[in-house]
Design a protein. Structure first.
Length: 108
């Protein structure tokens, strides 16, 4: 079985985003499945969805960018919607962000 993972890079300061809160939601219902916080490497201590949890479906990772950057924020919440079509694969959804912009992609 595969897994779902993420990491966040603070591109404004050139370092991992430490202490950012992230929610995993099922879409379209919006049900919160899990809440995680990034560690000193900008990653979560455990997979967002481990091999025994991953299932096909539509999901959304909600990154709390505004709370992380504090007063310098322009962005508040950054939602990234995606689909897991094959639970045997690994899905990695990184976020590169600053108070004013973000980008993401499907990593390996």
């Amino acid at each position: 079985m595969g897994k779902l993972s993420t990491h966040v890079l603070d591109t404004a300061n050139g370092r991992p985003a430490v202490g950012m809160n992230i929610e995993l939601r099922r879409t379209p219902s919006g049900e919160v499945i899990k809440t995680l916080t990034t560690n000193n490497d900008g990653r979560t201590d455990e997979p967002v969805l481990g091999p025994d949890e991953i299932a096909a479906g539509d999901y959304e990772l909600v990154f709390h960018v505004g709370a992380y950057f504090g007063e310098a924020k322009f962005l508040d919440i950054v939602p990234v919607r995606f689909r897991i079509s094959d639970p045997s694969q690994n899905y990695h959804v990184p976020l590169l962000c600053s108070p004013w912009s973000y980008s993401t992609y499907r990593g390996s």
